[in-house]
Design a protein around this ligand. Structure first.
Ligand SMILES: [Zn+2]
Ligand SMILES: [Zn+2]
Length: 117
């Protein structure tokens, strides 16, 4: 169907504005049957005003992103019983228990689903 530019009067500021053929096609595509009642300026200012009141894009960021390793947890140097690598463990190595680096520890944990301690 054919569209041609229409001149309308804004219901807010009462100034004339053009409802262009492209906008009409856009409206038709979206299923809008009404013509716009406000000029672009008034629509934009209304849009800006209403979106500012709601939940914007501010807030909610910057916290909880890198909370993986707390540095206040004391770590002890140890030698991995499996591969001999130096590693840090979160407990004091007692000497009568094998100590594993994180690689070997997770590898062993995958081997046996229920490790016996
Ligand atoms: Zn207007
Ligand atoms: Zn190891």
């Amino acid at each position: 169907m054919e569209h041609s530019d229409i001149t309308l009067n804004c219901s807010d500021c009462n100034s004339e504005f053009v409802f262009t053929a492209g906008e009409q096609a856009f409206y038709a595509e979206k299923g809008f049957t009404n013509q716009p009642r406000r000029c672009k300026n008034c629509r934009d200012s209304r849009k800006a005003g209403s979106s500012r009141g709601g939940a914007g894009m501010s807030g909610g960021g910057g916290y909880g992103a890198g909370g993986g390793q707390r540095s206040d947890r004391q770590m002890f140097p140890a030698i991995c019983d499996e591969c001999g690598q130096e590693t840090m463990v979160p407990f004091q190595p007692s000497g009568n228990k094998p100590v594993y680096c994180s690689d070997c520890f997770s590898a062993r944990r995958q081997q046996s689903a229920y490790p016996r301690y």
